[in-house]
Ligand binder design. Sequence first.
Ligand code: N01
Length: 502
Amino acid sequence: MLSNETGDVSAAVLQPVEQAVDPLDVVIVGSGFSGLGAAIQARRCGWHRLRILEKGDDIGGVWRENTYPGAACDVPWHLYSFSFYKWFGFSRRYPHQPEILDYMRCCAKHFGLYDLIEFGAQVREARWDEAGGCWHVEAEDGRWWRARVLVAGVGQLSRPAWPNILGRKHFGGASYHSAEWDHDVPLEGRRVAVIGTGASAIQFVPEVAKVAGHLTVFQRSAPYLLPRLDGDYGLLNRLLFRYVPGYDRPFRYCLWKLGEVSTDAFDQADNAVARIFRYVTRRHLERQVPDPELRAKVTPDYPIGCKRILFSSDYYPALQRDNVTLETAGIRAINATGIETVDGRQHDADVLIYATGFRAADFLAPMHVVGRDGAELQERWRHGAKAYLGMTVPGFPNFFVMYGPNTNLGGNSIIYMIECQMRYLDGALRHLKRVRALAVRQDVFARFNEELQRRLSQTVWAAGCSSWYQTADGRITNNWPGKTYEYYRRTRHLDPADYEIA
Ligand code: N01
């Protein structure tokens, strides 16, 4: 019987025999868009001995986890899908979560990825083995794998953020986070409180308002809202998408181009695009909210784009329903029966829903990644995560992060960025057929990050509002400062001169 290095025989029998002999080619952590994309790319360039480690019991990442009512994408499907895998099951422009998850499942099936996935594998640690020239990856349950290349595809929005509000644990009713929606808790006729007014809340508030006895929405900052021009395609369009080759291409291109142009709104200097966004959001607000008191409450007090600009045509109307209250007084504490605001009022609730976002700046946590000479990634990233092109870190050979630091966008589709990363990974994997290890050079990494931070300091994200784009110290760790085309250009080819090669 085989035994693994920890001597745990029961875990060892779970390992395929070949692993004890030879490391795998690639281990990928996560089976969201990034993980699936990395696996598809690795296979395309001839690396077939792969494993995808998935902590859940299905693929999909955030699209498996976020099942709140109304969960949908705010990027149209033409752009929020892989350019190389067409699927015409989307019924409307902005697909809802079940359709996106279906798309991902069909994609995984089409590329034969299911056989590669180890479900229930929450990675605890990944450690570089210099002598063996490979990564040793260990799951919480003791299973382990060795692989020449490690790809992290765990996303930026996979860990819910719980607010540090006094008395949170004392609430006597049901409570949960929007990313862990508890469908067993009935909301019909009940008093529901929602904390937060970000992208998640504005999608489920209109749905909850339809059934709740009373809904109180606790807003700390008002979001900017653009109208959501959603719609069903109708049979004819669907048939055209399905049967006319290339019919979807102009849609994809125009949406991408629009996203590129909209990126100008994130420059700190005032410009035409920001002015257009301000005008459209103001008109949307004036049209949908006639009451001056409510209008004042939902008018943002920070520069547009500093937090994510949201799309909704049913959020403002939901706030005006008789059974909905928007509360803007700050929260002092949570107690057994509800929420107490700083003005001393008590707001009783039966159900409390936290729409308080994600621990987006804690990249890769809780996975412990140890590189050359015992270097710990979380320690390196103590003051904010950094990587070269969002993907590679000095001292961490053959390690690639998908949707890593500074690759999030304010105005375009993240799937485009993931495809750029797939292309870059392809370059790396091709090199790794000839050499043992690639680790980005410290000077290349440092120069890149200096440039990035200099440019980011001139964006609206640095204008002083708080957002998940930055650490508590204000370092912008999540967003890419330019257009996506620039990222495409810079990641198109891996330049071996940027790397120490072993
Ligand atoms: O989270 P958020 P989200 N007391 O961080 C408030 C993606 N997404 O889950 O702004 C009171 O945006 C906080 O207030 P403030 C998308 O990229 C995509 O909504 O900090 N309030 C804010 O209102 C999005 O950007 C889709 O003042 C507190 C809210 O909680 C990202 O996920 C759909 C608080 C958090 O908003 C995150 O969105 C959904 C406290 N102590 C989500 N702490 C798509 O369509 C926090 N808040 C693709």
